[in-house]
Design a protein around this ligand. Structure first.
Ligand code: FUC
Length: 345
């Protein structure tokens, strides 16, 4: 177990990058800026270590990072319709940053925050604790919010992320991490041939602005049925209105049945890599990079559509405006605690 620390100068800012390394050589590199995962090296079937996430080649590109590569997202991951909500008879207005809607916490969100980082290490695990207080009224959100996020790497090639939050006023919170996985290794191929299994029988229907309509749809007999495993390609090729609305692929919230130990499993046949996701979150946004810009300079190559697979475990911001969705409300003094583990094999 080891932690290496690097200092990076980015246009006058000094960032730190921490690399967590386990006894098998698996490593996870994380910036204090945005809590961004910049690289994850895992073995393929022959033990060859390669990168399995999208990261920029030039670190200054993270200053903008419009696709939120690797970043922590909050206070509320996803879209808040019309950039407002009602709480105790008061209307709270948030900055609109995607048409009329508010996406991924606004600016500055968790992804553009320099977090205070404390490394920790013992014989079993190596990790980081990141903390940050988002002040009352930041981006229009009520309450001072104390956040602590931890990244822990173990010797069984598992990366766990825990999120803790505490606010001094009733508020909304659902945090996640926006890593784009690609198990082919060093972005050799895109993710259309990745096979995904999801423990989910319902997903949230979207309108043309990717805002939930309020309807929960049954996955049975659709390209959204991942219960027995399915290639991402199926949704890319599909004429189903929902796949088309998402930009030919997936950009949808799936509600977990929590009937299996693993909420999601991703397999890539060529490399033999497998990613298992275990979480206490009620669901996941699966986004297949349908709208990712071409030509961004990534570590190994230029970006293109379908280059990465995001599994954003979280609650649903649709719960602000509709009944029956996993809630993002957090009471004053209530402890927010969520954990997601990404295990590689
Ligand atoms: C995901 C999607 C969005 C967006 C963003 C970069 O969370 O839901 O559509 O493109 O990431």
């Amino acid at each position: 177990m080891d932690i290496q620390t690097n200092t990076i100068d980015v246009r006058g800012q000094q960032w730190k990058e921490f690399t967590l390394i386990n006894d098998h050589g698996m490593s996870v590199s994380i910036l204090d800026f945005g809590g961004i995962i910049t690289q994850i090296l895992t073995p393929d079937r022959n033990g060859k270590l390669e990168n399995v996430v999208i990261g920029f080649k030039n670190y200054e590109d993270y200053l903008d990072n419009p696709a939120y590569f690797g970043a922590l997202i909050g206070r509320v991951a996803g879209r808040i319709a019309n950039s407002q909500f009602e709480l105790d008879g008061k209307t709270f207005n948030l900055p609109a940053n995607e048409g009329e809607n508010h996406l991924h916490g606004g600016e500055p969100g968790f992804h553009h925050t320099i977090w205070t980082v404390t490394p920790f290490q013992n014989t079993q695990e190596v990790g980081l604790t990141l903390s940050h207080t988002s002040p009352d009224g930041e981006n229009g959100y009520p309450g001072n919010l104390e956040m602590t996020v931890s990244y822990t790497l173990t010797n069984d090639n598992a990366l766990s992320i825990t999120y803790e939050g505490l606010a001094d006023h009733k508020t909304v919170l659902t945090a996640t991490n926006h890593t784009y996985f690609n198990l082919s290794g060093d972005l050799k191929t895109d993710i259309r041939q990745h096979e995904v299994t999801l423990d989910s029988s319902q997903f949230v229907e979207l309108d043309e602005n990717l805002i939930p309509t309020g309807k929960l749809a049954d996955v049975t007999d659709t390209t959204y049925d991942f219960r027995q495993g399915r290639l991402i390609q199926d949704g890319v090729e599909s004429n189903d209105t929902q796949n088309v609305v998402a930009g030919n692929g997936y950009d949808h919230y799936f509600i977990f049945d929590h009937s299996q130990a693993a909420s999601a499993i991703v397999r890539e046949a060529e490399s033999g890599r497998q990613l298992t996701v275990i979480t206490d979150q009620p669901g996941v946004v699966m986004y297949t990079s349908n709208t990712l810009d071409k030509g961004l300079v990534l570590r190994e190559r230029e970006s293109d559509k379908y280059m990465g697979l995001c599994l954003e475990t979280q609650a649903s911001p649709a719960s602000i405006h509709h009944d029956g969705f996993p809630s993002v409300w957090l009471d004053k003094g209530e402890k927010y605690f969520r954990k997601t583990t990404f295990k590689f094999a």
